[in-house]
Ligand binder design. Structure first.
Ligand code: 26Q
Length: 832
């Protein structure tokens, strides 16, 4: 349960007389409380009120749903299935109400009942079925698809536990289970009639029967995939789409009558397998058992989804499978759902009786793949022995795909064994999932211009040169409905008052705001809203961290997954350097404009170094926040359990957005766009979508620094630490900050705790120092920060720049991204 305590307002806050429609809505809500919980309003808990509201919203969506379903069917529309292991939806009550255009109505009715909509909405647990950008992107996409009336389904696992809940204990991250379903999920509808079986393991025997190969399984394990549908409405749109969540359970037809030991044991085994499969997002995969579980999760999602897709197709179009590519497109969000490709081959051949060539011709026109990372450790590879053990029939198909691929490559590059290996689906006893996508998908895309260039020039180069047409650059985007309308209603209203409401659906219109950037009255209103949001965040920080922060200080924010390439480390080293300078240089101290550094980040539970960086941030915070000598000029805050809902509060209160990844490493970033939209200025490298932000907003309105992607790549080619040595010996403030990591001044008396962090920067893991260019970029970062502090004090100029950021962020709407995907890849038609 979300932690905010909501009690009924003692006096009615409503001053508004309800309209007839609002009276009817009120009756509905009161009725739900009675029918659903058997309570009268006086006895209802705030959580019951939340559920009652959600159910009234759901009813309205369901009415639209039936109609939309019929229409999609009648129009015979092509459909998109977006397969993703993550859907980071956050809360749904307010976005659904906004999308139904009923925010005022719900606000009035709840006020009349003595509650506030925003307090009630806080009671919803975040659907945190994801970890970062990739999962949130999926959630933004489904909102945009629906808003644009395009028929689409999101497909994922109904994890019992989403990403862990982070609790900071003595500065360290600890992980607690996320209990998002503890009070049920008001949005989902279970569909037991559409459950399907998914088969794992065992042995596969081949037999010729009536001139055709039949595959029979022995000693296999079967789980039942149970679908739960969450209907989704778009903003002021006709269609209702859905997110389908698959939950694993045991098949109900287990023979319990012959209750012999073997059956019982098998049932218990199946039960435990099922429980694990949809138990948790990202099980610990440092062990073989953990890896196997993750592979089972992958097969579970794709097998269930593919069976459903083919069944739907067959019901609508009969069994002319050659029509499949005209009627459906399946998008693979990173390589995690790649097994969908061989699974479709299996279903078409083994179940529907197609031959290899016929099936392959269909499959290679149905799947599209997005890559989200160039980091080698995130490019999935599976050990062939494990793969064969878990999904034996799928392994046979992957082997055949690889065999045919090798034949083709031999024809194109005769004898070039190195290239064959590099491009192979199976090589060195591993199944290479990205290569499986590259060998099978009709479209491949990167998520920003720069990222796509890197894919084409570097990691996917050999595939690119063989077929350039398939590769697309499609820059990510964010839904403006959640990332401004919902989370920053006052700014939304201010913008509406100047340029009308159209921009929420037609984001390019935001540019019209530019002409007010110098308008003093508009500047004041814009700044007042930022200040109000900062005051609210300061209150949150006081409540949760017990730290007083000054809302007039510069709120400098870095919130994102914790990773070395994102360089939270550079940010902390810089804070230490500023702190040292305030203590040692009185004229610097006198002129120092107060700053509040805000961090939010989860580290992967097995990523020890990332967890140490969290400890470092918290330890630096302890030292600085409690040092009277710096007179509260710097505050450092680590906000626990960063996720969608807290992001909505932080982003709108930021003055400065830290987007400081090592150039070439951040595929796109989407947090960067959310901050820009809400009028924060970016300090960033030329990486990912920052490059395009610069293009949109112009160099006067963004703070760019640091090595470029090609300069980083050049340095990574040659081991050698001359550059690092020179920096260490010449940059005294950096050296001093680094030394403090190991001289016991950050955790008093402890000289070992941050030694690994020190060591990796200066000497590296394999004798190659500073892999992420923290030291190389430090000086320029520091100078850029100084410029920001100076510029911030020219208030009018700063607010003008902030307004320009909001105004020029229209390009980053996910509606534009979806339009790009649709024109280049999916070719869906909006329902009429
Ligand atoms: C891989 C192998 C084994 C286990 C887990 C994984 C794994 C899981 C999740 C690898 C990567 C992810 C998530 C990646 C991610 O969130 N990438 C981000 O995607 C955003 C949307 O495109 C981009 O904006 C970010 O730049 C990118 O980091």
């Amino acid at each position: 349960m979300a932690e905010t305590k909501t009690t009924k307002a003692t006096a009615k806050t409503s001053a508004v007389k309800l309209t007839a429609a609002e009276e009817a809505l009120k009756k509905e809500i009161v009725g739900k409380v009675g029918r659903h919980f058997g309570k009268v309003m006086e006895e209802a808990t705030p959580h019951m009120i939340y559920t009652a509201c959600a159910l009234t919203v759901r009813d309205q969506i369901m009415e639209k749903w039936a109609k939309s379903h019929r229409q999609v069917k009648e129009e015979g529309s092509k459909k998109l299935y977006y397969l993703s292991f993550e859907f980071l939806m956050g809360r749904l009550l307010c976005t659904n109400i906004l999308n139904l255009m009923q925010t005022d109505e719900y606000q009035h009715v709840l006020a009349d009942l003595g509650y506030s909509l925003s307090d009630i909405a806080e009671l919803e647990n975040d659907a945190g079925l994801g970890n970062g950008g990739l999962g949130r992107l999926a959630a933004c996409f489904i909102d945009s698809l629906t808003t644009m009336d395009l028929p689409a389904y999101g497909c994922t696992i109904r994890y019992e536990h989403g990403l862990f809940r982070q609790k900071i204990v003595e500065g360290y991250q600890t992980e607690l289970p996320d209990e998002w379903l503890e009070h049920g999920n008001a949005w989902e509808i279970s569909r037991p009639e559409e459950a399907v079986k998914v088969v794992f393991g065992g042995q596969v025997d081949c037999e010729w029967v009536d001139g055709r190969m039949v595959y029979k399984y022995r000693n296999e394990n079967t789980v039942l995939a149970m679908p739960y549908d969450v209907p989704l409405v778009g903003y002021d749109s006709k269609i209702v789409n859905k997110l389908r969540l698959w939950s694993a359970t045991i098949p109900t037809d287990v023979d319990m009558i012959s209750y012999d030991r073997g059956t019982f044991d098998k049932m218990m085994e199946a039960k435990s397998l099922a429980k694990q499969i949809s138990g948790i997002l990202y099980p610990d995969d440092t062990t073989d058992d953990g890896k196997k579980l993750r592979l089972r999760q992958q097969y579970f999602l794709v097998s269930a989804t593919l069976q459903w897709i083919l069944k739907e197709f067959e019901e609508r179009n009969g069994s002319d499978w050659s029509k499949l590519p005209d009627k459906i497109v399946i998008h693979i969000n990173d390589t995690h759902p790649t097994l969908a490709i061989p699974e479709m081959m299996r279903l078409l051949m083994d179940e529907k009786g197609l031959g290899w060539d016929e099936a392959w011709n269909i499959v290679t026109h149905v799947f599209a793949y997005t890559n989200h990372t160039v980091m080698s450790e995130a490019l999935e590879k599976w050990n062939v022995h494990m793969f064969r053990e878990i999904v034996p029939r799928i392994y046979m198909i992957v082997e055949e795909i690889n065999r045919r691929l090798m034949e083709q490559l031999e024809a194109v590059y005769p004898g070039d064994k190195g290239k064959h290996q590099w491009m192979a689906v199976i090589a060195n006893d591993q199944v290479n999932m990205a290569n499986l996508c590259l060998a099978s998908c009709f479209a491949v895309n990167g998520v920003s211009k720069l990222h796509t260039e890197i894919l084409k020039d570097d990691i996917f180069r050999d595939y690119y040169v063989l077929d350039k047409e398939r590769f697309h650059a499609i820059t990510n985007g964010i839904t403006f409905r959640r990332w401004i309308a919902n989370c920053n209603p006052e700014l939304t209203e201010l913008i509406d008052s100047k340029i009308g409401k159209g921009w929420l659906k037609n984001s390019e219109k935001l540019a019209e705001l530019a002409k007010f950037a110098k308008d003093k009255d508009f500047q004041k209103k814009f700044d007042d809203i930022k200040k109000k949001n900062k005051v609210a965040l300061a209150a949150y920080i006081k409540e949760h961290n017990g730290i007083d922060v000054n809302p007039d200080s510069i709120f400098d924010v870095q919130c994102k997954r914790l990773h070395e390439y994102k360089r939270q480390m550079m940010n902390v080293l810089h804070i230490i350097a500023e702190y040292n300078r305030i203590l040692s240089d009185s004229s610097y101290a006198d002129n120092y404009y107060p700053k509040t550094y805000i961090f939010g980040a989860k580290a992967a539970p097995g990523y020890v170094r990332a967890k140490n960086i969290i400890k470092l941030i918290n330890s630096v915070a302890d030292i600085i926040n409690n040092d009277a000598r710096i007179k509260d000029k710097i505050k450092v805050v680590f906000i626990e359990n960063y996720g969608v809902s807290i992001a909505e509060k932080i982003i709108i209160a930021a003055d400065v957005s830290e987007q400081i990844s090592t150039a070439g490493k951040e595929a796109s970033g989407t947090g960067n766009m959310k901050f820009m939209l809400n009028g924060a200025l970016t300090i960033g490298t030329l990486d990912g979508a920052n490059v395009e932000m610069l293009e949109q907003v112009g160099e006067d309105n963004i703070y760019i620094f640091g090595l470029k992607a090609d300069e980083v790549a050049a340095r990574l080619k040659y081991a050698g630490n001359d550059e690092v040595k020179t920096i260490y010996s010449t940059n005294t403030s950096l050296r001093h900050a680094l030394e403090m990591l190991i001289d016991g001044s950050i955790v008093p008396g402890n000289t070992s705790i941050f030694r690994d962090l020190y060591q990796t920067l200066l000497f590296g893991d394999y004798g190659y120092p500073d892999t992420y260019m923290v030291l190389r970029d430090f000086e320029e970062y520091m100078k850029t920060q100084e410029k920001i502090s100076a510029d911030y004090q020219n208030r009018s100029k700063w607010i003008e720049m902030a307004i320009m950021n909001t105004a020029m962020s229209g390009f980053f709407s996910s509606d534009r991204t979806i339009d790009d995907y649709n024109k280049k890849i999916w070719h869906l038609t909006p329902i009429k």
